[in-house]
Design a protein around this ligand. Structure first.
Ligand code: C2E
Ligand code: CA
Ligand code: CA
Length: 601
C-alpha cells in the first residue's frame, strides 16, 4: 500500500484537471483517482485507491470493457470508448444531472516501466471537448516531464547501484544481469560466450605498502586498460577487492585465449601511481559457456576454479576450466574436508630423518609429517601442507607437530638415545610464523612437555624469513634467547638479502636439495653450493646439505667442507618406532657410514 501512496503522489497534478482521470495498474488496482472523479462518482480517493476497479464497477466485466482496457496496456495508441461503454464507468445520476457524456477518451502514459495505465476521460458538457482535451494535453505534458525527471533520477540511481564507484566499471549486480542475459541468449541462439575471472597478483602488498589511495589508483588504471582491451559489446566488471570479471559475448575458445593473453599483455607495462611506477600481473580463469555451467552460480564457480589453477601454477597466466579440472577440484575439496577431520581421527604421524656430520655421526633428526589417510594411504606434506595453509588448518596441525616432536625428544633424551648436543628439527611454515599466537604456542608447548629448548631446532624456509624480515628478526631473537636453534631451510631458492642474513639469529643454513642433486651434472649449481658453504662459514653458521643420495655428492660436499649431510644415502625418514630403534642401536654401538647406508636402502 505504501508503494501505491508514493505512486499516487506523483499524479497529484491531475487534481487540477477539469475532467475525470484515474490511473490504473495492469492488475486493475487503482493507483490514482482525481478530484474531478471524486465529485462525479461520489467515490472518494481514499476508498478506491489500492483497490480493484472492478469491485466498484462490477458491470464493466459484462460489457468487455475490461478487454479493451487490457488492449490499451498492450498498445501505445489511444483508444476511444463510446459513451455507451462510458456510462458504466461513471454512474448516473451525475452531480447536477447536467452532463451528457458522449465519449470517453482513454490513453496510456507512454513507456511507463511499472506498467501503470492512465485513463483520461474527455467529457462533452458545457466545457467543450476541445478545451478539455487541451487541458488534458497540458496535464499529460507535465506528467511526461515528471516522468522524464524521474527517469533521470532513476538513471543516477542505476549508476550508483550498478557501477563501481572506484573504477566506473560495472559492479556485481550489473555483471550478474549481463550474465543472466548471456545465458538466455545462449539457450536461444546456441552460441557460446566466455567468462573470465581475474585476480591481481600481490595487490595486497601494494595496498599495504603504498596505501589505499595508491591501491585505488592502480585499480582504476587496471580497469581502464581492461576496458581498452575488449570490444564495446563485452563487459568488464569489478566484483570487489582486486577481483575483476570479463564477459566476452559470442566467442570460441581460441578467441577467448587471445583475449586472455591480451589482458596479461596489456596489464604488464608499468602503472604510474602518482610519481611511483609499479608493475602488476594477474591470474585469469576462463570458463566457456554453456559448457562450464548453465546457471550464473556454476559458471562463476568454474571461472573461479580456473583462476585458482592459474594462481597455483605460478600466477601471471590464464587457465581454462575443463571437466578434468572440475574433477581435480572435487577431489581437492574432498581432501580438504578429510583434512579437517584428520587431527581428530589421529591420522597424522611424524617420521624422522637423521642428519649426520662428516664423520658419519648422527647429530640430529628432522621431524617430517605424514598423513595416513584412511582410504588414500600415505599422503606427503607437499600435498596437504599448502592446503592446510589455505584453510587455516595449519595452526592446529603445526601445534600437534611441535607437541609430538617435543614429547619424542623427551623420550629419546630420557633413554639416553640422543647425544648431549643432538637436536630435533621441526619445520615451521610461513603462515605459522606470521601468526601472532606462534610465540605463545611455542612457549606453552615447551612448558607442558618440560623440554629443554636447546634440543629443539626450528627450520624456516628462506622465503618465509625474507617475507617480512624486520618482524621475523624480532620473533627469532626471542626464540633464540630461549635456547632453541634456528635453521634456514631450502636455502638458495629465494632471494636473501645478505644484510638480513647477517642480522638474523640463525645457526644453520640448509642447502636446497635441488642444488645438491645436480652435483656432477651442472657446474653452475656446484658453484652455488660452494658459495653457500663459504657464506655460511663466514657468518659462523653450520652448512647442511639436504637430499644427499650418492657417493659422488658426498665426495663433493666433503671436499668443499660442508658441515652436515642429510638424505636417502644415509637414511630415509623413519616412522617413530623405527627411528627410536635406530637411535637405540647407534647410541650403544656408534654408527659407521656403511651402517647408515644400509638403513637407507
Ligand atoms: P623439507 O623440509 O625440505 O624436507 C625435505 C624433504 O625431502 C622431505 O620430504 C624428505 O622426505 C625429502 N628427502 C629427504 N632426503 C631426500 C633425498 O635424499 N632425496 C629426495 N628426493 N628427497 C629427500 P617430505 O617429508 O615429503 O616433506 C616435504 C616438505 O614438506 C618439507 O620439505 C617441508 O617443507 C614440509 N614439511 C614436512 N613436515 C612438515 C611439518 O611438520 N610442518 C610443516 N610446516 N612443513 C612440513
Ligand atoms: Ca626441512
Ligand atoms: Ca628443504
Amino acid at each position: 500500500m505504501d508503494d501505491i501512496k508514493i505512486a499516487a503522489d506523483k499524479y497529484e497534478i491531475l487534481d487540477h484537471s477539469p475532467i475525470g482521470q484515474f490511473v490504473l495498474r495492469r492488475d486493475f488496482v487503482v493507483i490514482f483517482w482525481n478530484k474531478c472523479l471524486e465529485s462525479w462518482s461520489g467515490i472518494s480517493r481514499d476508498k478506491i485507491v489500492g483497490t480493484n476497479l472492478i469491485t466498484h464497477f462490477p458491470h464493466l466485466e459484462e460489457i468487455k470493457y475490461i478487454d479493451r482496457i487490457k488492449n490499451v496496456f498492450n498498445s501505445s495508441a489511444p483508444i476511444v470508448f463510446s459513451s455507451q461503454e462510458h456510462k458504466y464507468v461513471i454512474p448516473s445520476p451525475l452531480p447536477g444531472g447536467k452532463l451528457r457524456i458522449q465519449s470517453t477518451y482513454i490513453t496510456s502514459i507512454p513507456a511507463q516501466e511499472d506498467g501503470e495505465f492512465h485513463a483520461l476521460f474527455a467529457i462533452q458538457d458545457e466545457t467543450s471537448v476541445a478545451s478539455a482535451l487541451e487541458s488534458n494535453k497540458l496535464a499529460l505534458k507535465q506528467l511526461e516531464e515528471e516522468v522524464e525527471e524521474r527517469k533521470k533520477m532513476e538513471k543516477q540511481l542505476v549508476q550508483v547501484a550498478r557501477y563501481d564507484s572506484v573504477t566506473g566499471l560495472a559492479n556485481r549486480t550489473l555483471f550478474r544481469e549481463v550474465l543472466i542475459r548471456g545465458l538466455a541468449k545462449t539457450r536461444r541462439n546456441h552460441n557460446t560466450f566466455a567468462l573470465m575471472f581475474l585476480d591481481l597478483d600481490h595487490f595486497k602488498d601494494i595496498n599495504d605498502t603504498m596505501g589505499h589511495d595508491a591501491g585505488d589508483m592502480l585499480l582504476k588504471s587496471v580497469a581502464d586498460r581492461l576496458k581498452g582491451r575488449v570490444r564495446g559489446v563485452d563487459l568488464v566488471a569489478r566484483l570487489g577487492g582486486d577481483e575483476f570479471a570479463v564477459f566476452i559475448d559470442d566467442c570460441d575458445p581460441d578467441a577467448a585465449a587471445h583475449v586472455a593473453q591480451g589482458i596479461l599483455d596489456v596489464l604488464a607495462p608499468s602503472h604510474m601511481l602518482g610519481s611511483n611506477e609499479v608493475f602488476v600481473s594477474c591470474s585469469v580463469g576462463v570458463a566457456m559457456c554453456p559448457d562450464a555451467g548453465d546457471d550464473p552460480e556454476s559458471i562463476c564457480k568454474s571461472a573461479d576454479t580456473a583462476m585458482y589453477l592459474a594462481k597455483t601454477t605460478g600466477r601471471n597466466n590464464y587457465q581454462f576450466y575443463s571437466q578434468d579440472l572440475h574433477e581435480q577440484t572435487v577431489k581437492r575439496i574432498h581432501l580438504e574436508n578429510d583434512l579437517r577431520r584428520a587431527l581428530d581421527q589421529d591420522e597424522f604421524l611424524l617420521y624422522y630423518q637423521p642428519k649426520v656430520d662428516m664423520s658419519g655421526k648422527v647429530i640430529g633428526m628432522e621431524a617430517l609429517i605424514r598423513w595416513q589417510h584412511s582410504k588414500l594411504g600415505m599422503i606427503s606434506p607437499g600435498r596437504f601442507i599448502p592446503m592446510a595453509e589455505k584453510t587455516g588448518l595449519i595452526s592446529p596441525i603445526s601445534e600437534w607437530v611441535l607437541h609430538t616432536a617435543c614429547l619424542q625428544i623427551r623420550e629419546w633424551e630420557a633413554n639416553h638415545y640422543l647425544s648431549k648436543d643432538a637436536t630435533l628439527a621441526v619445520n615451521v611454515s610461513v603462515k605459522q610464523l606470521k601468526q601472532k599466537t606462534f610465540w605463545d604456542t611455542l612457549q606453552r608447548i615447551l612448558t607442558v612437555t618440560e623440554l629443554d629448548p636447546r634440543y629443539l631446532e626450528l627450520e624456516l624456509a628462506e622465503s618465509a624469513i625474507m617475507d617480512h624480515p624486520e618482524e621475523t628478526i624480532v620473533l627469532l631473537e626471542k626464540i633464540h634467547q630461549l635456547g632453541a636453534r634456528i635453521a634456514v631451510d631450502d636455502f638458495g631458492t629465494s632471494y636473501s638479502s645478505l644484510n638480513y642474513l647477517k642480522r638474523l639469529p640463525i645457526d644453520a643454513i640448509k642447502i636446497d636439495m635441488s642444488f645438491v642433486q645436480r652435483i656432477g651434472k651442472d657446474r653452475d649449481d656446484e658453484e652455488i653450493i660452494k658459495v653457500i658453504i663459504t657464506l655460511a662459514r663466514s657468518l659462523g653458521l653450520q652448512s647442511v646439505a639436504e637430499g644427499v643420495e650418492t657417493k659422488e655428492q658426498i665426495t663433493f660436499l666433503h671436499e668443499n667442507k660442508c658441515d652436515c649431510l642429510q638424505g636417502f644415502y644415509f637414511c630415509r625418514p623413519l616412522p617413530a618406532e623405527v627411528a627410536t630403534q635406530f637411535l637405540k642401536e647407534i647410541s650403544s654401538e656408534g654408527m659407521s657410514e656403511e651402517a647408515e647406508c644400509s638403513i637407507g636402502s
